[in-house]
Design a protein around this ligand. Structure first.
Ligand code: PEP
Ligand code: MN
Length: 357
């Protein structure tokens, strides 16, 4: 891991003396839409313009991207504004075309990162392209090894100007997020590869406009070195991800509001903030699990009632307690904590089941 960490070339991001902002529409739709959005972005804050040309859609027959002609529009943005330009690539053909239009930054989408064949094809196609900046989004599911494996495949082909994007993870549970962030995983990722620039994509985490600011703020405190936020000159009429795109003016307002945005806090303060963000996330998970457990208790209560079985089953309770203490001990958790929590859980469960009678 140390070798991987040391091989990363950070020069592309270190040259910015403020957090990196990547913005632009989810998809390129027309030349006018691309140029207008780019012209309305404030170049004092935004350094890279993004637009998807090939769009990975969950179902067929949706808009799947404008294709090659969008690359010409991106090239135009680069000439007119001086911004670097970025697009998503998902196969060797995309890589070849993007290079031929002099696109500066290529990002690999979450679905592609999940596929080692796809990543290898992209890495092979990029061989020898020393100047391209490659950003690797997290895979759809929270597999840290797969994410790191993608970086290894790229480094193996001499691609060193790398960064990663945290865009959240698919979850089958009800969630207020489109893609659940996982700060704990990110924390581990950063401990393993401290030199890799981490960029956060609040747009795809939230799936709506309202949550973007909070996630951006969290990411900033989490030592993310940049943000990728979707913006559109006319968000309500966007051809993809309309719910989560904001106008360039709204983006500017948001960026100005991020506290001390131009200046990174001291490292120790940011480490403290990072730990607190992970603790908050874990506490939320614990509460969600309590709720799931109580829902099952209710169902169990009805079943016991229908089958005329007493609520309190001493053997079962002793068994739960014994197993929990053994498991807890193996994880270094004190018996006092486990006993306390499980007694309360059990009492609550009995109460719920008695209420059903
Ligand atoms: C995107 O950035 O528009 C996109 C499709 O992202 P993701 O791969 O994170 O879903
Ligand atoms: Mn999108």
């Amino acid at each position: 891991m140390e070798k991987l960490n040391n091989s990363i070339d950070r020069s592309w991001i270190d040259k910015f003396n403020q957090p990196l902002i990547i913005s632009g529409p989810c998809s390129a739709e027309s030349e006018q839409q691309i140029l207008e959005t780019a012209n309305r972005l404030n170049p004092n804050y935004v350094q890279i313009f993004r637009a998807g040309i090939w769009k990975p859609r969950t179902k067929p027959n949706n808009f799947e991207g404008i294709g090659k002609k969008g690359l010409e529009w991106l090239h135009q943005v680069k000439k007119n504004t001086g911004l670097l330009v970025a697009t998503e690539i998902a196969n060797a053909e995309h890589v070849k075309l993007a290079i031929s239009f002099d696109i500066d930054v290529l990002w690999i989408g979450a679905r592609s990162t999940a596929s080692p064949f796809t990543i290898q094809e992209i890495a092979d196609a990029l061989e020898g392209e020393k100047n391209k900046i490659i950003l690797v989004k997290n895979p759809i599911h929270p597999d840290i090894e797969l994410w790191i494996g993608a970086l290894e495949r790229l480094l193996g082909k001499g691609i060193k100007k790398l960064g990663v994007i945290h865009r959240g993870f698919y979850t089958y549970k009800n969630s207020k997020y489109r893609n659940q962030p996982n700060w704990n995983l990110l924390f581990n990722f950063r401990s393993l590869i401290p030199r890799i620039p981490i960029i956060c994509d609040p747009s795809h985490i939230c799936g709506n406009k309202e949550g973007i600011f909070d996630i951006a703020k969290k990411a900033y405190h989490f030592q993310s070195e940049g943000l990728m936020i979707e913006s559109h000159c006319d968000p309500d009429h966007a051809w993809s991800d309309a719910q989560q795109q904001i106008t360039p003016e709204k983006l500017l307002e948001m960026l100005k509001q991020l506290t001390n945005f131009k200046k990174f806090d001291q490292k120790s303060k940011r480490d403290l903030d990072s730990f607190r963000i992970v603790i908050d996330e874990l506490d939320e998970n614990i509460i969600a699990l309590f709720s799931e457990r109580m829902n099952i208790s209710k169902k169990l209560g009805s079943l016991k009632k229908d089958s005329d079985i007493p609520v309190y089953q001493p053997d079962r309770w002793n068994d739960i307690m014994k197993k929990s203490l053994i498991f807890g001990r193996s994880l270094g958790i004190s018996e006092e904590l486990l006993e306390g929590v499980f007694k309360l859980l059990h009492q609550e469960s009995i109460k719920i089941q008695n209420q059903i009678r």
